[in-house]
Design a protein around this ligand. Structure first.
Ligand SMILES: Cc1cc2nc3c(=O)[nH]c(=O)nc-3n(C[C@H](O)[C@H](O)[C@H](O)COP(=O)(O)O)c2cc1C
Length: 203
């Protein structure tokens, strides 16, 4: 049993990487363990919109996408099936998720179609909750996090997961900014800890 933390920044050792460390610290505090996946380091090709997954109804898992295992997208999807709890840590880029993460999310179209077809390998996944932490440089913008939230919500629904209300932080811009806000850091550790506790509560 383990948690998976997907991080989406294209910048190394910035605020989002720090978020991942803090979430992991929370999971460990609660007695769990986690794997961090830095999406920027993975080779992910864009969805070709070729329609192959619409037609390949008899095929399961990675066989449903014409790109199959030609890149790392499928290996990155595997924890979405097996992790006890899932986290996304992302900065906001132009009011949305960074392009590498969005490229991978688009590859999830194959799961959307499998779910429509009521295929049991995806339809019968256990109900789980996904947690997200979003950081943005600007202090203002009413809908600053809305695009990212909606995309994550509908992506994770493919895996029978519900997106909890994202933890959002504004005015976090320079790479070390989050480290100067101990109150924010504390909230992120608590998020990791509580998420693991809730995910492992007996039925
Ligand atoms: C390409 C790009 C686009 C960005 N767009 C926004 C934006 O629309 N709104 C905002 O508040 N911050 C924006 N930012 C600032 C980042 O959200 C901010 O610097 C964040 O702390 C980066 O996280 P990181 O340290 O993990 O890379 C943008 C940064 C980049 C590189």
């Amino acid at each position: 049993m383990k948690a998976v933390i997907y991080t989406a920044s294209h910048r190394r050792e910035g605020n989002t990487d720090r978020v991942a460390e803090l979430l992991e610290a929370g999971v460990i505090k609660a007695g769990g363990k986690s794997e961090i996946i830095h999406v920027r380091d993975r080779d992910v090709r864009p969805c070709l919109a070729c329609g192959y997954c619409d037609k390949s109804t008899h095929l399961q898992g990675q066989q449903r996408c014409i790109l199959g295992k030609k890149d790392e997208a499928w290996a990155m999807f595997e924890p979405m099936f097996t992790a006890q709890t899932v986290f996304f840590a992302s900065p906001i880029y132009f009011y949305h998720l960074p392009s590498r993460l969005k490229t991978w999310i688009d590859r999830g179209q194959q799961f959307w179609k499998a779910r429509i077809d009521k295929e049991t390998w995806i339809a019968d996944l256990p109900r789980r909750t996904v947690h997200s932490v979003l950081v943005a440089g600007q202090p203002e913008g009413i809908k600053l996090f809305e695009g990212a939230r909606l995309t994550l919500k509908y992506f994770v629904a493919n895996f029978n997961m519900k997106l909890a209300s994202p933890l959002t932080f504004r005015g976090v811009d320079a790479a070390e900014d989050l480290r100067h806000h101990t109150e924010m850091e504390k909230l992120i550790v608590e998020c990791g800890q509580k998420a693991w506790q809730d995910a492992t509560l007996p039925e």
